[in-house]
Design a protein around this ligand. Structure first.
Ligand SMILES: CC(C)(COP(=O)(O)OP(=O)(O)OC[C@H]1O[C@@H](n2cnc3c(N)ncnc32)[C@H](O)[C@@H]1OP(=O)(O)O)[C@@H](O)C(=O)NCCC(=O)NCCS
Length: 275
């Protein structure tokens, strides 16, 4: 009996192992190498971006929802919930008790709906940001970042811009894009400055130094092209990324407050690093 239960318990991890050769449970860790972006990476990069903003572990939207619960606009929900719970307290008259139950239910439901409404508003803002990004530089990465041009011809027509992906190669030779980063010279008037953008690493591959590898590649490329300062901007809700940039030598040089009118906590943080 025990053996049968044990065998049944083993099925789910085995299934995960078989279906995902890159799983943490995999004994052989995949090799990671960084290369220039190629046309075939388009979908993988777009998926990494959407996951990093909207759906992934510790993504900006998830962190934003935690901050939302401390925002002033959510305070009425706490008040309604408190009143709703207070109205549940039993009173002597049975008629009054029936009325109180209804009142309590209405107050609690209104509190939940209030929070739900602001979560929905926040989701709309994040979705709009994703849509805008996917239809701007991420719509045509080679054209915007001149990534293919730099790779194929080695010329500098695209300035110092470039786009890289981190690829995981498993022991059976399967390759997957698990990280990306872009260097954008178009956003800066001064040619000695470039912007780091679109830094994303897949959830399953975090804390393995992939972002570090991508950044080293980007910095080497920028140095070769005479860039002296790498700027970037990130938001309050990209907590891990901010920690990482500061650990890697970026310093905060400014903030833009209130990116979304109902989120007082949300700021754009501008960082710079001399290379
Ligand atoms: C931020 C992100 C790119 C880091 O990628 P990563 O491959 O896990 O980072 P690395 O393993 O190269 O870590 C580099 C350093 O960052 C810091 N860091 C990264 N993740 C961290 C975490 N969860 N907790 C604490 N420090 C962390 C550490 O200092 C780490 O160095 P160490 O491992 O030697 O201590 C990744 O978490 C991610 O994609 N996040 C979501 C998307 C995002 O916010 N992108 C930034 C847009 S501006």
């Amino acid at each position: 009996m025990c053996i049968r239960v044990g065998a049944l318990l083993l099925i789910p991890p085995l299934f995960v192992f078989i279906m995902n050769p890159f799983s943490e449970k995999s004994a052989s860790k995949p090799d990671i190498h960084v290369r220039f972006y190629e046309e075939k990476d388009a979908e993988a990069v777009r998926a990494l971006f959407v996951s990093g903003v909207m759906h992934g572990e510790d993504c900006a939207f998830e962190v934003g929802q935690r901050y939302l619960m401390r925002e002033h606009i959510v305070l009425p929900a706490y008040a309604l919930l408190g009143l709703g719970l207070a109205a549940m307290l039993p009173k002597e008259s049975p008629v009054c008790f029936v009325g109180q139950k209804t009142l309590s239910a209405v107050l609690c439901a209104t509190a939940i709906a209030w929070v739900g409404f602001w979560r929905w508003r926040l989701a709309l803002n994040f979705q709009a940001y994703c849509d805008h990004s996917l239809s701007s530089d991420l719509a045509d990465i080679p054209q915007y970042y001149a990534a293919l041009k730099s790779k194929d011809t080695g010329d500098d027509d695209g300035g110092a811009s470039g786009f890289w992906v981190a690829e995981a190669v498993s022991s059976d030779g399967a390759k997957h894009v698990v990280g990306c980063v872009g260097l954008d010279s178009r956003t800066q008037k001064d040619k000695s400055r470039c912007e780091l953008r679109r830094m994303y690493v897949s959830d399953d591959f975090r804390r393995r130094g992939i972002a570090g590898k991508l950044i080293n590649t980007l910095i080497a490329h920028a140095r070769e092209r005479g860039v002296g300062i790498i700027v970037l901007s990130t938001t309050t809700y990209q907590e891990l990324a901010r920690m990482m940039y500061q650990r890697l030598g970026w310093v905060e040089v400014g903030q833009i407050p209130r990116l979304v009118w109902f989120m007082r906590s949300l700021q754009l943080h501008m960082l710079e690093r001399a290379i």
